[in-house]
Design a protein around this ligand. Structure first.
Ligand code: IPM
Ligand code: MN
Length: 345
């Protein structure tokens, strides 16, 4: 019999509510012979207020023992901006080498896009997850003076770029349309931009069936809105990927539906699955949050752990549920119950 050892990090705000529903659907979809063992961790604002800790080495050692991590959301207005983002979320992504930040976007039938007109949208953004301006390289000179200088140095290594680009090619190769678009800004960010483009072109020789394209990030934002069907797989750096995937969520039904996987492809470290949305403190505790993004993140988790049939059943359940949504608001747990019933039925 197989076991999934899952670290559960509900976190702050609506994180608690949406993770409960994700677990509900996960339990419902797993076959009898797969045992689910969960351990819940209390990371987030409360712990930081209590102990001043965000994520310690001892925490990382414990998390490392699990097969995967399910995260709700971390962040609260009572904590200074950046403390939990850097001290928890980015620390975890970096420590566990989550260099493939996978963010699929699909406009499902019955879902209202922010775009006018009919569009067929089905692409996945492969966002680099461990480099770029996110590394925290830089600093401040002459702080507090009118001559203050702040730098955020974007780090791009050949090793880091090549591995994420190769992963994106492999994903494109496995999809029917086999198309990969590199998004960067190599007309201005010439150092990093050319590193990305050169590696993209070189690795592409290993994937002759994949059609390639290159777009500057500003142009890409236009095409995401005017012609999203031109995208199949998109590969880009950490910051461009952050921005583009919020836009991608907006055109495919909103942040309530956007799932993500922070993947360590080698399996040396557990991968982490989380909705793209944040902790939404304004609606926390009211049963208003849509748990669908978390449920779809559970599907990515199952896919990653080698349970593609169960992942597909969750996706089908979500599609069926979305197709029947009437506009009447259901509670977080009502949506979770409906999805759990569909995957078990
Ligand atoms: C995301 C978030 C994070 C990011 C923040 C909270 C650090 O916006 O997962 O997209 O920028 O990666
Ligand atoms: Mn983001």
């Amino acid at each position: 019999s197989r076991t999934i050892s899952l670290a559960v990090i509900p976190g702050d705000g609506i994180g608690q509510e949406v993770v409960s529903e994700g677990l509900k659907v996960l339990s419902a979809v797993l076959p009898q012979d797969v045992k689910l063992e969960t351990k819940t961790y209390d990371f987030g604002a409360k712990r930081w207020h209590g102990t001043g800790e965000t994520l310690t080495d001892a925490d990382l050692a414990q998390l490392k023992e699990h097969d995967a991590i399910l995260l709700g959301a971390i962040g609260d207005p009572s904590v200074p901006s950046g403390v939990l983002e850097r001290g928890f979320l980015l620390k975890l992504r970096f420590a566990f080498d989550h260099h493939v930040n996978l963010r699929p976007s699909k406009l499902l039938p019955g879902v209202k896009s922010a775009l006018a007109g009919d569009h067929e949208i089905d692409f996945v953004v492969v966002r680099e997850g461990t480099e770029g301006p996110y590394v925290g390289n830089g600093g401040v000179l002459r702080a507090g003076t009118p001559h203050e200088v702040a730098t955020e140095v974007s780090v791009n290594t050949a090793f880091g770029v090549e591995r994420v680009v190769r992963d994106a090619y492999a994903r494109a190769q496995a999809r029917p349309r086999k198309k990969l678009t590199l998004v960067h800004k190599n007309n201005v960010l010439v150092h990093a931009g050319h590193l990305w483009k050169n590696i993209f072109d070189r690795v592409g020789q290993e994937f002759p069936e994949v059609t390639t394209d290159y777009l500057h990030v500003d142009a890409a934002t236009i095409f995401f809105v005017t012609q999203p069907e031109r995208f199949d797989v998109v590969v880009t750096d950490n910051l461009f990927g952050d921005i583009l995937t919020d836009l991608a969520a907006a055109i495919t039904g909103g942040i309530g539906l956007a799932a993500s996987g922070n993947i360590n492809p080698s399996g040396e470290f557990p991968s982490m699955f989380e909705p793209v949305h944040g902790s939404a403190p304004d609606i926390a505790g009211q049963g208003k949050a849509d748990p669908t993004a978390t449920v779809l993140s559970v599907a990515l988790l199952l896919q990653h752990l080698g349970h593609p049939d169960e992942a597909a059943r969750i996706e089908a359940a979500v599609a069926a549920d979305l197709a029947e949504r009437t506009g009447a608001q259901r509670s977080t747990s009502a949506i979770g119950d409906a999805l759990a019933a569909r995957v078990s039925g």
